[in-house]
Design a protein around this ligand. Structure first.
Ligand SMILES: [Mn+2]
Length: 333
């Protein structure tokens, strides 16, 4: 009999004692909430567990129940029976975690990015899932492990953030059924939504204000983009984590099919985030041209080079995708 992947991973968990739950740098709601939910589950099962993120817990998601489980990796390397990597498409996105793992017997790779490099010993990659939170929920349900209110709250936020509050095209009937089960298990929709989507720091809005002042449009307003410069962060007193979701303000313009946000990082690369509103434009493919990846509707890349050069190259690729998509221009007021 062929074992289901959730039973396989369940058996690995049942058969070992020490665990690391690892997630990608520049963490979003999905990765952090999945890391906490898996950490809580492993604790309940009596396992010894560490939960590491290269950037630690972000201020934005510190409202998540048991957020204090998420730590930066310690300076001394540690040995684990099992490392579970969650929501992380490529190993390099685990940052300094990799060098802090002295040894591991099994690496479990659990993710929903189509571009995932399948770097685990066991790979459960499900691009149809809107969020890794859907997979974690399925893992718990199939193994009949308890979904406590704290776990439910975390997994609800994992899914709510990766679906833009259940608005993006990745929201399927299965996504909504999972969300319903999480609400039944104790996730408080109004309270969690207020904490997650309705309580931004003023610095984030100031950053948005500065960035929107420099917003640009091309291809009959079908492409919209903005820059987040170091000067804008300085002026607004914003943190890197405050950039999450700013792209949605460009994406939400009626005529825009592809939204982009450019940002210079400390190592001389330009980070580009891409969103597509057309099912004929796959931004994962655009990002892949620059060594990045993600999903059809949301992707990103880190591109070495001068800002103006990278911007020109990226826009050329985006324009090409928009022009060949057959989407006609719908000029905005
Ligand atoms: Mn995700």
């Amino acid at each position: 009999m062929i074992q289901s992947i959730t039973t396989q991973i369940g058996d690995i968990i049942r058969g070992h004692q020490t665990f690391l739950v690892a997630g990608h740098f520049r963490p979003d709601g999905d990765v952090l909430a999945c890391q906490i939910a898996l950490g809580l589950t492993l604790q309940t099962l009596g396992k010894t567990v560490e939960v590491w993120n290269p950037d630690g817990m972000s201020r934005k998601y510190s409202f998540l129940p048991h957020a204090d489980l998420v730590r930066r990796p310690p300076s001394q390397a540690r040995a684990f029976d099992v490392v579970i990597s969650v929501d992380t498409a490529t190993q390099d996105r685990l940052g300094n975690i990799r060098e802090r793992i002295a040894s591991q017997k099994i690496l479990v790779n659990l993710d929903h990015h189509a571009s995932n490099g399948r770097f685990g010993d066991i790979n459960w990659i499900e691009p149809k899932a809107a969020a890794s939170g859907e997979l974690v929920h399925q893992l718990l349900r199939d193994n009949r492990w308890p979904i406590t209110p704290a776990i439910a709250a975390n997994l609800f936020i994992a899914i709510a953030t990766d679906t833009g509050s259940f608005q993006y095209s990745n929201t399927t009937p299965a996504t909504l059924r999972t969300a319903a089960e999480l609400v039944e298990a104790g996730a408080n929709v109004a309270e969690l939504s207020r904490q997650c989507f309705g309580s931004y720091p003023l610095a984030r809005v100031r950053l948005l204000q500065l960035a929107l002042a420099g917003m640009k449009l091309a291809a009959d307003n079908r492409i919209g983009w903005l820059w987040l410069t170091k000067e804008m962060y300085r002026q607004s007193n914003a943190l890197p984590e405050d950039s999450e979701g700013l792209i949605d303000h460009v994406r939400a313009i009626d005529s825009v099919l592809v939204a982009a946000v450019f940002e210079q990082d400390d190592s001389g690369n330009v980070r580009i985030s891409l969103r597509s509103k057309s099912d004929k434009i796959d931004v994962n493919k655009i990002a892949a041209q620059f060594g990045g990846g993600g999903h059809a509707a949301a992707a990103g890349a880190r591109i070495p080079g001068e800002p103006a050069v990278v911007e020109a190259a990226a826009l050329k690729a985006i324009e090409q995708a928009v022009r060949t998509s057959g989407n006609s221009a719908a000029p905005s007021r």
